[in-house]
Design a protein around this ligand. Structure first.
Ligand SMILES: [Zn+2]
Length: 610
């Protein structure tokens, strides 16, 4: 094809319109309304444990219908998986590959992806938004484990989306539906408060509840709607436009799909009437497109009011649900035959394991008191990269090294500043760096740091550890690993575990301090702090993170300092003490309690370690 023809072909290439389905009726609604692809979950291993989800027979019907209309079908298996579940998950995926022939699986867990790729080598895998990818930096690494598409994090702006789309990997962008206030895959709130893990599809949505602050719903975001920016997204080069809502009704799916179908076909943005139509279907005090245009802020927040509910109820009677039913554009009588995938026999991966080391890590998210004596065998003092100028100078001595923690997010827009901070750290003689995201492996590669993995990597199984073993010097396990799993897991590299501290529950793009106080905060202040009180009286410290993002910490510390024996049996190498809003005296007493393995003093939590 000559250049002109390529240009023309690109110009008319439409992105895929990808619709959610929580039931067979929703699949029909999506297909009849003109989507190009549907995603749904089976009965296990997917991030919407509360949706009704599909039995195999029903999924087969859905797949047949999709094929008839040349609609692609993606199956979600997008949760973290424990070692004890991996084999069953693989069997299930193989059965689906054989009987359903989906066009891809959507995956969160790195270990599971690498296992799946060995057994189903030609099955395309999509990296779920739960992987928290804010750039295409990791795409080469991900390709090695079969990942052909990245579902981009919802917090990305248009210019970062364009860059990712231009990288060559397929990209998928959410255009409509509910937003998580925390970066998806970076939320432990529901898990740590009520043992319902967002990373396991069990989120209880504490972010939608009222809190005791000026704004009663400081964690509830309005729904996303990018119908007003469809032309910009079409020009960005993204592969797929995705609608959220596997828990929503078929009517909702039909309504939203039909609007976006029309917009994509005519390459135009939504009219006022169309926006109103979408709003009536479902919204939380209206919609937001704040992330796309780098305008986070208080007007992104909203909750589902009684008025919203009444409007949706009234308007649903008047909606024309299936406008495209009569003019199925790509209907064919001879559906394409299903893809036949190679299915290899499952083989247990041989994982070497190392003799555990024994050291302590003292991590400071808050102030670092000047008069702390760190006991042996302390190895690292961890501080956020952007607070590097706040370390008392005489802290790094003997065997103790300073390690800096990467920001929880580093988008392409953030890179220049982050790289500058990294080079400052190098100049200060710092040689150890904790990465908080898979994408950062690429960014930090070649800068000469010894790389360590943070709990934010969500490592909960030995295959994930095996994936990271040549890439990292140490890795902190997710606090969502229970003691049984901890014990039996092979550890091919030194693993760390948080043994004390208020765990980071949410990383937010928005400033929650602004949202809670209902007033704009000073963008130049770097040390904002806020205490958010929930309806039970629990108080959650919120700190400002790099680039005016926030971290919300748990109200009570995890306490395992009296579990030395068990931790040793579990093969833990590094014990992390994580300090947030503790004052100097408290920090000293916690360190002492650790040395003496003292019994816990209330309030505290054991997390998953029981
Ligand atoms: Zn702020």
């Amino acid at each position: 094809m000559d250049a002109q023809k390529v240009l023309t072909a690109n110009a008319i290439k439409k992105p895929e319109l990808l619709a959610p389905a929580g039931s067979f009726e929703a699949v029909c609604a999506a297909v009849y309304s003109g989507c190009n692809a549907v995603y749904l979950g089976g009965k296990g291993f997917n991030a919407r444990a509360n949706a009704s989800n599909f039995e195999l027979d029903e999924m087969k019907r859905a797949a047949d219908l999709c094929r008839l209309f040349k609609v692609k079908l993606y199956i979600t298996m997008n949760t973290i998986l424990y070692d004890r579940e991996l084999r069953a998950a693989l069997r299930y995926a193989s059965e689906l590959a054989e009987k359903i022939s989906p066009d891809a699986f959507i995956i969160q867990d790195i270990g599971f992806a690498s296992m799946l790729h060995k057994n189903l080598p030609d099955m395309p895998l999509h990296a779920s938004t739960q992987m928290r990818l804010h750039s295409a930096d990791a795409s080469d690494l991900l390709k090695e484990i079969g990942i052909t598409r990245i579902v981009l994090a919802r917090e990305m702006n248009l210019s970062d989306i364009k860059k990712a789309a231009a990288s060559g990997v397929e990209t998928e962008v959410f255009v409509h539906g509910a937003l998580c206030v925390s970066q998806s895959g970076g939320c432990l709130m529901s898990s740590m408060i009520g043992k319902r893990s967002g990373n396991r599809g069990e989120c209880a949505q504490p972010c939608r509840l009222p809190y005791k602050s000026a704004n009663r719903f400081p964690l509830s975001l309005k729904d996303l709607c990018l119908a007003g920016s469809v032309t910009k997204l079409m020009d960005s080069g993204v592969t797929s436009l995705k609608i959220e809502g596997r828990m929503k009704s078929p009517d909702y799916v039909a309504g939203v799909v039909s609007v976006y179908r029309r917009l994509i076909d005519k390459k135009r943005d939504a009219t006022k009437e169309e926006m109103l139509y979408l709003d009536r279907l479902f919204s939380r005090q209206g919609f937001t497109d704040g992330y796309l245009f780098s305008k986070p802020g208080r007007n992104m927040f909203g909750y589902r009011t009684e008025t919203d509910k009444i409007t949706s109820k009234e308007s649903s009677k008047k909606l024309d649900y299936y406008p495209l039913l009569k003019s199925r554009p790509e209907f064919c009588n001879q559906p394409p035959s299903p893809t036949v995938y190679t299915i290899n026999e499952p083989q247990d991966k041989v994982i070497d394991y190392i003799k555990p080391l024994n050291y302590d890590v003292f991590r400071f998210y808050g102030d670092i008191p000047k008069d702390i004596k760190f006991p042996e065998p302390a190895a690292y003092i961890d501080i956020p990269l952007w607070k590097i100028n706040k370390i008392p100078h005489d802290y790094a001595k003997g065997n103790i090294k300073i390690r800096v923690i990467m920001p929880a997010v580093c988008t392409d827009s953030d890179k220049a500043v982050v790289v500058k901070l990294l080079s400052n750290a190098k100049d200060e003689g710092i040689s150890d760096l904790v990465i908080t995201n898979l994408s950062q492996l690429n960014l930090c590669d070649g800068m000469g740091f010894s790389l360590h993995g943070d709990i934010a990597l969500n490592a909960v199984n030995e295959l994930t550890l095996d994936f990271y073993k040549d890439k990292l010097s140490t890795i902190a396990l997710s606090p969502e690993v229970g003691i049984g799993a901890l014990k039996s897991m092979k550890k091919p590299l030194p693993v760390e575990l948080v043994v004390y501290g208020k765990l980071p529950l949410m990383y937010t793009e928005n400033c929650i301090i602004e949202s809670a106080e209902n007033k704009n905060c000073d963008r130049n202040r770097t040390n904002c702090k806020f205490m958010l009180t929930d309806r039970t009286g629990a108080v959650f410290p919120i700190f400002r993170e790099y680039a005016h993002r926030n971290v919300i910490f748990n109200s009570v510390p995890l306490y395992l300092l009296d579990k030395k024996k068990e931790l040793k049996q579990c093969g833990i190498s590094g014990k992390i003490y994580l300090f947030t809003d503790e004052k100097s005296d408290k920090i000293k007493s916690v360190i002492k309690m650790g040395e003496q393995s003292s019994t816990a003093v209330k309030p505290f939590t054991r997390g998953y370690f029981q």
